[in-house]
Design a protein around this ligand. Sequence first.
Ligand code: C5P
Length: 233
Amino acid sequence: MNRDVIVALDFDSKEKVFAFLDKFEGRKPFVKIGMELYYAEGPEIVKEIKRRGHKIFLDLKLHDIPNTVKKAMAVLSALDVDMTNLHASGTVRMMQGALEGLTRADGTRPMLIAVTQLTSTDQESMEKDLWIEKPLDEVVMHYAENAKVAGLDGVVCSPLEAGKVHGVCGDNFVTVTPGVRFADGDIGDQKRVTTPAKARELGSDFIVVGRPITAAEDPVAAYNRCVKEFLGE
Ligand code: C5P
């Protein structure tokens, strides 16, 4: 498994995406397509970015009954993305169904990653709204273990949780971590942030970086800085 920097393409149209990607000239960053872009442009945007030679993390966070998720994953597997995801709270059975759906006839499949508890959920909202009365970090680790039991490849989590997830689920269980900021940058609405260098130290396998790159005056320089700090290249 290769560690990498994933750029979050949080744009609402293909014109904005291609204007952004064209700045990279020959370079092909690993990119994340989320709900905003996918719902705006549909599966065609995924195919087009793939044709341009990028690796893709399709971040649609599926959560439904096992049969529906299995069938949806079978459709997504034909898009030939490199990584996709779902909510671990959909249960182990749902995650197993997802894996079955995602696996192609020749046995290959994209990496499948679980969201544990969203980083926008805190202890208070989890207890008050979800009626889960356990410490948040225990819930995150339990969901990570469920994802591992179901056969998934890893979880989305905070870089601050990456070490603990590896401790519980093993070094090969992948951690994909948003919430990354440069030491001298704006944190925006993210709460618990780390620098790319710190994320590397904490054991993140993939960092997902949006605004520090997409909103930078020079996005290519910002991407290169991220790669240098995170991969040491
Ligand atoms: O702009 P920024 O670097 O904060 O973007 C982070 C990206 O990672 C966004 O696309 C956001 O939706 C996503 N993400 C996150 N926290 C999670 C899961 C996904 O920030 N727990």
